[in-house]
Design a protein around this ligand. Structure first.
Ligand code: ADP
Ligand code: MG
Length: 225
């Protein structure tokens, strides 16, 4: 696990995000603050439209918040030049999206290596270890299109963990899985936290909330008290 002085794997302070479409303005995030400790699983639950995906995008540095600050392992990733942000993102953050984060023409092992290449200088585990960890050693040469749903989700998880990130961010990671595959992925996420990593999940699944140490309720862009 990446060592650091900062006790938080992730800290967000007062995040705002507006979307403008013509005359219409949507306030997707209205002052969201949260922390995820090392070794902690935090779930953010909320109905459709609450701002969950926007929150993950801002925490992951994929979108720039209009206000507020995001720190990963104590390092600020918001409001920095894109090249810096990309480097910090590759090294420190694993992202697991509902539409798997895999490149279609690369096999599973090559997808892991690509993620590691993006984080030049990161000291992630070997591809073989990662695949063994998610139970996919026998599928390392398979293309994403050749994988079943549960295998695909676990391959995406191996890629998200390729650089031993401070924080793993997951947007409805098991939304399209059957119960058994969902449980396999959740077991891996729980194990990740036991090993000292931070995990933040956004979800509306009860099964997902069950593995969390804390559940935050997000509604209309605000964490409910
Ligand atoms: P959730 O993931 O909880 O369903 P989202 O973060 O996707 O919620 O969306 C929050 C709000 O922001 C919604 O009202 C949605 O319509 C709006 N929104 C999200 N992305 C965009 C965008 N790119 N442009 C305009 N509005 C958006
Ligand atoms: Mg969403």
């Amino acid at each position: 696990m990446a060592a650091g002085q900062d006790p938080h794997a992730l800290e967000a302070r007062d995040l705002y995000r507006f979307y403008r479409a013509g005359e219409e303005e949507t306030l997707a995030l209205r002052g969201v603050s949260l922390t995820v400790g090392r070794g902690e699983v935090v779930a953010v639950a909320g109905p459709s439209g609450a701002g969950k995906s926007t929150l993950v995008a801002c925490l992951a540095g994929l979108e720039e918040p209009d206000g507020g600050v995001v720190l990963i392992g104590g390092e600020r990733i918001s409001h920095r030049p894109e090249a810096d942000r990309a480097r910090a993102r590759a090294r420190r953050i694993g992202v697991l999206l509902q539409s798997a984060n895999l490149i279609g023409h690369l096999d599973v092992r090559a997808n892991i290596r690509l993620a590691q290449h993006a984080a030049r200088g990161g000291a992630g585990p070997q591809a073989g270890e990662l695949l063994e960890d998610v139970g996919l050693s026998h599928r390392s040469r398979a293309l994403p299109s050749q994988l079943a749903g549960g295998e695909l989700a676990r391959a995406a998880l191996a890629v998200a963990l390729a650089n031993d990130p401070d924080i793993l961010l997951a947007d409805e990671p098991t939304g399209e899985l059957d119960g058994q595959s969902e449980q396999q992925v959740l077991d891996r996420l729980r194990a990740r936290a036991e090993a000292g990593g931070g995990v933040l999940l956004v979800t509306h699944s009860r099964q997902v909330m069950n593995i969390a140490d804390r559940v935050l309720a997000l509604r209309d862009g605000r964490i409910q008290p």
